[in-house]
Write a protein that binds this ligand. Structure first.
Ligand code: F6R
Length: 613
């Protein structure tokens, strides 16, 4: 979603800010803007569309000497919420005096009443945004101390914010604050850079400070002074970023999505490394913070997440019930707190989120905490809000995921859930030998995935036959049902083909009415219990003219003969097979989208981290 960058340092602020914005492009946005302090004035450039357009605009409007001399500024990529993605609605916004500029992520919920109050005092607004209202409010509160003005304004707003503010009257500082929208500050030598996401910072420094909710910081080129909104100093540790700038580059691939699909043998290896115990036949997930007794006493596991993370939770549901004999259920994070969930201390709530910032998942965490459940998280982004608010959990170690369509985070989520299920299973039902056998299965996952990735060229050929369709159905049974959902989600988001995932048995309860001659059915027909029923469901589709693309087990010739086309994955445990199967579907979606000429890494209307409900 929206992205923030701020810089105060030696010089070259516009270039540093533009580079930062480019690093945030993957989050999804539809306009961009930049504000620079120069000679006690605020200069602003904005443009709808891409950062490249903003860069052209700034170079056209500003003298080239400004690019060398300006040392302070803020910049933003906007994903429209209040008002369309026009130049006028793009950030930064100015206050009434034109001397204070602000960029903002999040939503100011009570902006209408504040706007009416300020209009009554003579303020004029040029945009439809809640952000412009906040900027005017800060200007209205400014009696000669920008920091105090921002504190006073933030006391009056309801909603969420990550902000950066500059003022021509106090050119030696940037004020930044957060509530519900992340801000990370990079600590440089004679320069300080802030952003909503560490990927905008990593090219400049690995040393960062994450703000907590209700923190407000005064940043200069040499200092970072953090307080709470009541002006009480607070201490925040400096952390080292766990990735370098190269991790956020395409590394020779045409798209981040393809790079991240190919990285999966390595990212899965990182997620597994040091976490399997072949002596005990269990897994070691220290971050879970549970004793074997706690685990034995659990009565229920509730997995919450959104989108792809929700689908990973659905695979987890099968794993916990099958391996650990514990009741497990998946709930959409967006619905969780509105249905007044029944939870107690013997229920474990697992929040699953790549970004660790998804607003609905965060709200579910807070609800579960209120209800006294045992709450933990599976996040990829270290130091993210969900990871910090849960306090216990397991990091995915997938590395930065830049493509909006999630791939490597999904497979790492599933592998971590399998390791959790193994640990619970050992405490409840598995013998040591069974535990060791399953640990060996998990250990083999990177190699299984490498075998699927090696079929990239063949999957591209198969995809060519499906790229002209406008509809597709993905079907599966058992643990392959969530894989079908995830395959359909991947295809629709990157190729814009209308794709639906169904349980194979559900098709005949309605959707089968849509089948026509040549309608594509992507069938997860892997050789796992229930395959015979799956083959029956496939025949029902074939009888109605559907074209069947099967994901099957290597060497299963009988099943291959039931298909028009097939992609094979290595033989493995049914739960483990979800991972190579989904990788085959990720490659299929990628190649279909590529053949259709889609903007694969930043699909229209989508954002990488969804920080509004
Ligand atoms: C799809 C996708 C989204 C995310 C969802 C949750 O490819 O990426 O469906 O899975 O927005 O995001 P996180 O996992 O960051 O909470």
């Amino acid at each position: 979603m929206c992205g923030i960058v701020g810089y105060i340092g030696k010089a070259d602020a516009p270039t540093v800010l533009m580079n930062g914005l480019r690093r945030l492009e993957y989050r999804g946005y539809d306009s961009a803007g930049i504000a620079i302090l120069d000679d006690e004035r605020v200069l602003i450039a904005k443009a709808p569309g891409k950062v490249s357009k903003l860069n052209e605009r700034a170079h056209a409007d500003w003298p080239s000497s400004l690019f060398q001399r300006a040392s302070t500024g803020i910049a933003h990529t906007r994903w429209a919420t209040h008002g369309p993605p026009t130049e006028v609605n793009a950030h930064p916004h100015l206050d009434q005096s034109g001397e204070i500029a602000l960029v903002h992520n999040g939503i100011i919920e009570n902006y209408r009443s504040i706007r009416a109050r300020l209009e009554a005092k003579g303020h004029h607004f040029y945009s439809e945004t809640d952000t412009e209202v906040l900027t005017h409010l800060i200007g209205d509160c400014d009696k000669g101390d920008l920091f105090q003005a921002v504190c006073d304004a933030l006391h009056q707003v309801e909603g969420t914010f990550g902000i950066a503010v500059i003022s021509a009257r106090e050119p030696d500082k940037i004020i930044t604050a957060r509530r519900g929208s992340p801000i990370v500050i990079g600590v440089g030598e004679g320069e300080t850079i802030l952003a909503s996401d560490a990927s905008a910072i990593v090219a400049y420094t690995q040393r960062v400070i994450y703000l907590d909710d209700n923190d407000i910081a005064i940043i200069t080129k040499d200092s970072i002074d953090i307080r709470d909104l009541n002006n009480i100093p607070v201490t925040r540790e400096i952390a080292e970023l766990a990735f370098d700038a190269a991790a956020a580059e395409k590394g020779g691939f045409d798209h981040f999505m393809l790079k991240e699909i190919h990285e999966q043998p390595e990212s899965l290896g990182n997620a597994i490394r040091g976490r399997l115990d072949f002596n005990l036949g269990s897994s070691v997930l220290a971050g879970m913070g549970t004793s074997p007794r706690d685990l034995a006493e659990l009565s229920r596991i509730v997995l919450v997440g959104c989108g792809t993370s929700l689908h990973a939770g659905m695979v987890g549901e099968y794993a916990f019930e099958d391996l650990a004999d514990v009741h497990a259920e998946v709930q959409q994070a967006a619905e969780f707190r509105y249905r007044n969930p029944i939870l107690g201390s013997r229920d474990m709530v697992v929040a699953i989120s790549q970004s660790g910032e998804t607003a609905d998942t965060l709200a579910a965490v807070r609800e579960a905490n209120q209800k006294g459940a045992f709450v933990m998280s599976l996040c990829n982004v270290v130091g993210s809000t969900i990871a910090r608010e849960t306090g216990r959990g397991v990091y995915l170690h997938a590395g930065p995921e830049i493509s909006v369509a999630s791939t490597k985070a999904f497979t790492c989520q599933v592998v971590v859930l399998l390791m959790m299920a193994l640990r619970l299973g050992r405490g409840r039902r598995f013998s040591r030998d069974e535990g060791i056998r399953f640990a060996r299965e998990i250990e083999s996952i990177p190699m299984l995935v490498a075998k699927v990735v090696a079929q990239n060229a063949r999957i591209a050929e198969v995809a060519a036959d499906y790229a002209k369709n406008e509809h597709a159905f993905f079907i599966g049974r058992g643990p392959m049902f969530p894989v079908a959902l995830e395959g359909a989600l991947k295809l629709k988001e990157v190729s814009y083909i209308h794709a639906e995932g169904y349980h194979a048995a559900e098709l005949k309860h309605g959707p089968i009415a849509l089948l026509e001659q040549g309608t594509p059915i992507i069938a997860l027909a892997v050789d796992i219990p229930g395959k015979d029923k799956m083959l029956g469901n496939i025949e029902e589709c074939r009888a109605r003219g559907a074209r069947i693309l099967g994901v099957i087990t290597e060497g299963d010739h009988e099943t291959a003969e039931c298909m028009d086309d097939f992609i094979s994955i290595p033989r493995c445990h049914p739960l483990v097979a979800t991972i190579p199967a989904v990788v085959a579907l990720q490659l299929f979606a990628y190649h279909v989208a590529r053949l259709r000429g889609c903007e694969i890494d930043q699909p229209r209307n989508l954002a990488k981290s969804v920080t509004v409900e």
